[in-house]
Design a protein around this ligand. Sequence first.
Ligand SMILES: [Zn+2]
Length: 296
Amino acid sequence: MSRDAFYLSIKSDSISVVGYPFLLQYPNKGSVKDLIFDRQSFLGANSQFLFENIKVGIIGYGGGGSHIGQQLAHLGVKNITIFDYDKMEDTNLNRLVGGVYTDIKKAMFKIDIAKRVIKKIFPKAELTLIAKKWQQAPEELQTCDIIFGSVDSYTERQQLEAELRRFLIPLIDIGMDVHHSGGYSMSGQIILSMPGMPCMSCYGFLTEEKLAKEAAKYGNVGGRPQVVWPNGVLASTAVGVFVDLVTGWTGNSDGVYLSYDGNSGKITNHIRKEFAPEKCCHFPIENVGKPNYTKI
Ligand SMILES: [Zn+2]
């Protein structure tokens, strides 16, 4: 998609042109000079200004989302919206970055752990914390410029991607799994679902077969194996994709479908990326915007 193909007006005077890289225009112009961010000034003269103005959403503040929240704070991303309705439990402590032992007893909301971590690193941060499913607060989702998705199921990924395509919001999806067949194998993915470019179905990541298999197992999934370090690798890589998208510092304009092999520690372009169509046929342009319902 050409960078100026689609326009999404957020406020009357601020415009984000969705594409690779993003083109973000805000009424208040200027650059942010702060010694704190001196070492990342190579990202561009206005990079800190962009980080202070862009609005970023995180869906799911667990093993992946907590790394993302912490890193966005270090980067100086000011406007962050976090969706998570879960409270801290025993089984979360092995991977929820910023969560501490006493949070379990207090049954702290994960979004409150997020607030504690992010505000301590970056007090200027303006957080919108939503203890609901994203489906229950769509208007909050729609005000974000970009979303990090760290959700558990293929079905939820499919729903989230469909909602975000409708509102021309890029989605950076991460996820990991540990499989057992003989030995254990760990794998994960980082996918950028950019409006106009290949989607998760184009990439063959979301398939009817996977969705049907998951639906058949519904309610019987159990506690899946999860550990801290692959979540860190995936989240860090996703934050890198975000920074590139916003600042364009590498000059890349290619799609992103990265595959992580947790056993060897390698991140590579997924083989299916080569075979993805150039344009997506799953989310036609006429379906952009709020859906219209007709009475039957
Ligand atoms: Zn598609």
